[in-house]
Write a protein of this length. Sequence first.
Length: 121
Amino acid sequence: MSNKAFFSAVQKAVIIDDEMDTCLLLGLVLKKFGIVSLRAHTLAEGLQKAVDEQPSYIFLDNNLPDGVGIEQIEIFRLKAPSSKLVMITAMSGLRERALSSGADGFVEKPLDLDKIEKVIK
């Protein structure tokens, strides 16, 4: 199997969060489930990776240096329609808005292994 074929068969996730600790922690959790993670620290970088990679999962923070994640859900849905989009934020009051805007899941920070496991299964 070529490297390209191997990586296209592997489940991938794009983690869009400007907090390095969150990216590392979530990346380690996903690795336990055999999911390769890519990190982005801005909306623009995250959207580009989502378009290029068409990942199985997109984990999207709300407060990012170049904008508000919840306002970009529809764009992510259009550009990566087969990806499961999960909002990750400390702002629990955004759950209903995120879900009604097209998010497939919502995980409140601080991240919890059980909640992450539920959204990827």
